[in-house]
Write a protein that binds this ligand. Structure first.
Ligand SMILES: Nc1ncnc2c1ncn2[C@@H]1O[C@H](COP(=O)(O)OP(=O)(O)OP(=O)(O)O)[C@@H](O)[C@H]1O
Ligand SMILES: Cc1ncc(CO)c(N)n1
Length: 273
């Protein structure tokens, strides 16, 4: 019997449906991986910003993880918003039982500028969780925090990727250039080679949850057995289309659109398989 690809996300919520767990599950579904989730924080947020945050009690985070891990196959997993050191300790402990690629989106600040992680937890993320990852996907401000170096050019992005792999211990780093003014170019470094993934910059304010959707797409493709490079290449195509097809919902930075791109995605995958 063919096994169904299964992907898990460990992250916070977004009731407006554009970021966090909601974006992840929609992406898994769209890319035909069976989606599962463990919720770390319930976040009252929308396209204009974050209104309130409630952290799930630690024993409940642990129980959710145990419930999924003890019963379900997990072929790839990702983490998104992990706000506190205590949460991270539990998660680090539980995921060490998993034999599957780990994609970390090192979420620090929402598109709106609201902080989603305690400052002490940033250091724990860098020192304890990062070495467990198969790939980490920082945007430029996150990569600057992780490396302690300013990034203003494509060369700086590449240098940050090498620091994250060789000095901080991630297996691979994907530095996202969404925050630079030029082309939307990302660099993947796997410890040996650089790969670049470029796309046209789409003039749009609808970029709420782009990082979540991108890392979820990478996770979905990994769960289906793709290599890291293939997974990133397909995910880059997916996020570019998702930004392009955004529906301009809400009064602030609107969400990307996953389902409207189905036909275009199918054509692309057909041509590249
Ligand atoms: N305007 C844009 N046009 C095309 N691609 C973009 C644009 N903005 C971001 N991207 C791409 O989207 C992906 C997500 O990158 P981004 O840097 O926006 O993530 P992020 O800042 O973590 O997202 P989030 O808003 O969820 O925090 C990257 O591949 C990036 O290059
Ligand atoms: C829950 C959550 N995770 C990540 C982000 C970053 O986009 C967000 N806005 N909300």
């Amino acid at each position: 019997m063919t096994q169904v690809p299964c992907a898990l996300t460990i992250a916070g919520t977004d009731p407006s449906g554009g970021a966090g767990i909601h974006a992840d599950l929609k992406t898994f579904q769209e890319l035909q991986s069976y989606g599962m989730s463990v919720i770390t924080s319930v976040v009252a947020q929308n396209t204009t910003g974050v209104q309130a945050i409630h952290h799930i009690p630690l024993d409940m985070i642990e129980q959710q993880l145990e419930s999924v891990i003890s019963d379900m196959p997990i072929h790839a997993f990702k983490t998104g918003m992990l706000a506190t050191v205590d949460m991270m300790r539990i998660i680090a402990n539980q995921i060490s039982n998993l034999d599957a690629p780990y994609v970390m989106d090192p979420v620090m600040v929402a598109t709106s500028g609201d902080t989603l992680i305690e400052s002490t937890a940033r250091d724990f993320l860098r020192e304890q969780l990062l070495p467990l990852t198969s790939v980490v996907t920082p945007n430029i401000p996150e990569a600057e925090y992780l490396t302690g170096e300013k990034i203003t050019s494509l060369e700086d992005m590449k240098k940050a990727a090498t620091i994250i792999v060789h000095e901080l211990g991630a297996k691979a780093a994907l530095i996202k250039g969404g925050h630079l003014q030029e082309e939307a170019i990302d660099f993947l470094y796997d410890g040996e080679r650089f790969y670049s993934f470029a796309a046209e910059r789409i003039p749009s304010k609808n970029t709420h949850g782009t990082g979540c959707t991108y890392s979820a797409a990478i996770t979905a493709y990994l769960s289906k057995g793709d290599s890291l490079v293939a997974a990133v290449e397909k995910a880059k195509h997916f996020i570019t289309l998702a930004i392009k097809h955004a529906s301009n919902l809400g009064a602030g930075n609107g969400p990307t659109n996953h389902w409207g791109i189905r036909e275009e995605k199918n054509r692309y995958e057909h041509a590249n398989n």
